[in-house]
Design a protein around this ligand. Structure first.
Ligand SMILES: Nc1ncnc2c1ncn2[C@@H]1O[C@H](COP(=O)(O)OP(=O)(O)OP(=O)(O)O)[C@@H](O)[C@H]1O
Ligand SMILES: [Mg+2]
Length: 69
């Protein structure tokens, strides 16, 4: 079975104003794997999927907000 990476993201951060929805998310999926994203309401599941699908842009790593952390 092939173990090639199918999807790989790293350091994904997304802020909505002062709300930090995602903080340096790293995630990879190999071909054939099935994953479930679990989390409480507002954990950032939808935001992560929208970024993976390209429907939202991540917050640039060097934004002023991130730089203050
Ligand atoms: N368009 C937006 N504008 C401002 N804040 C947002 C926006 N979308 C999401 N958020 C905030 O970002 C955080 C993550 O939200 P998100 O919808 O990604 O979580 P979720 O895990 O999908 O939640 P749920 O289980 O309720 O669907 C929450 O604090 C939410 O209020
Ligand atoms: Mg959601």
């Amino acid at each position: 079975m092939s173990v090639k990476e199918f999807l790989s993201i790293s350091g994904i951060t997304k802020t909505y104003g002062v709300v930090k929805a995602l903080s340096s998310v790293t995630f990879s999926v190999r071909k054939g794997e099935i994953h479930t994203i679990l989390g409480e309401n507002g954990a950032g599941k939808s935001t992560l999927v929208k970024i993976i699908k390209g429907r939202k842009n991540r917050t640039p790593a060097r934004s002023p907000w991130t730089a203050r952390q």
